[in-house]
Design a binder for this molecule. Structure first.
Ligand code: ADP
Ligand code: MG
Length: 255
């Protein structure tokens, strides 16, 4: 079903850890219904970008807007309620829970807005629970895990755990989905499946940020790409523009 995605506007953002500037005066705009790539060498500040967008880190300067709403100083929970979801560079699933329960956690996060609402919902609990299970099952089907619903999450092969993490993030109905190296450690066949899923997520209208080192994937999928190096934005543009930029070749693509 189509979604109203939200653009993300980053203006002059600096993030410091002591004397280190992990992000230095970074500005960019991530458009709705697009896949925006974020690339650069290890330590360039890519994960810091995602951690700052989700409220784990607070910028020392600059502004970040989800749509029209500034999120500087907002808590991770407040930012999640604005429709921002993420996956982690290191998979973070509830390994002891079943595959479908991991998606149900995402659904509960999405619908639990306040206490009164939760109470009203608890009266409709049975009906709601069945609807949630159907919705979770549909999300599992979307990522190709319909047959694995009742397995322990930790029993899934690594690539499928990645897809489950994406299904859980999608369960929160995000307007913005941030993916931190989703293809790391995946087999080529898993990467093809992942790309097909992300294309469908984009077609649904969501805003996607993709951090990735697999350049074939980045080039095939991204509408625009921002390149970071030592916390600074050194290039931005279409895949062709970025890959032919001498600064990018020198900092990241060369050798
Ligand atoms: P990337 O994801 O591009 O590899 P990171 O954003 O993880 O890079 O890191 C950028 C820089 O910020 C690195 O030098 C890293 O050591 C530093 N850094 C990231 N997070 C923290 C933190 N919580 N505390 C201190 N330094 C950090
Ligand atoms: Mg990282």
């Amino acid at each position: 079903e189509p979604v109203d995605g939200t653009p993300v506007t980053v203006r002059g953002v600096t993030v410091r850890f002591g004397g280190l500037r992990a992000m230095s005066d970074v500005s960019t705009r991530i458009e709705t219904a697009s896949v925006h790539g974020l690339i650069g060498p290890n330590g360039a500040g890519k994960s810091t970008f995602v951690n700052t967008l989700t409220g784990l880190y607070t910028p020392s300067a600059g502004d970040i807007r989800i749509g029209d709403t500034s999120i500087v100083g907002a808590s991770p929970a407040q930012i999640a309620r604005l429709g921002v979801a993420r996956t982690f560079q290191n998979i973070q699933l509830f390994g002891h829970m079943s595959v479908i329960e991991n998606v149900l956690v995402g659904l509960h996060l999405a619908y639990r807005s306040n206490l009164v609402d939760a109470l009203v919902r608890s009266r409709r609990y049975r009906c709601e629970e069945r609807e949630n299970r159907e919705r979770a099952q549909a999300l599992l089907a979307f990522v190709g895990l319909a047959g694995a619903a009742n397995q322990d999450a930790r029993s899934l092969p690594y690539g499928q755990q990645r897809l489950l993490e994406i299904a859980r993030a999608l369960a929160t109905e995000p307007k913005v989905l941030l993916l931190d190296e989703p293809a790391a450690g995946l087999l080529p066949s898993d990467i093809d499946a992942l790309m097909a899923i992300l294309r469908r997520v984009r077609a649904g209208g969501r805003t996607l940020l993709l951090i990735e080192h697999h350049m074939d994937m980045v080039m095939a999928l991204c509408d625009r790409i921002t390149v970071l190096d030592f916390g600074e934005k050194i290039a931005e543009g279409s895949p062709d523009e970025v890959t032919s930029d001498p600064k990018v070749v020198e900092a990241y693509l060369g050798a």
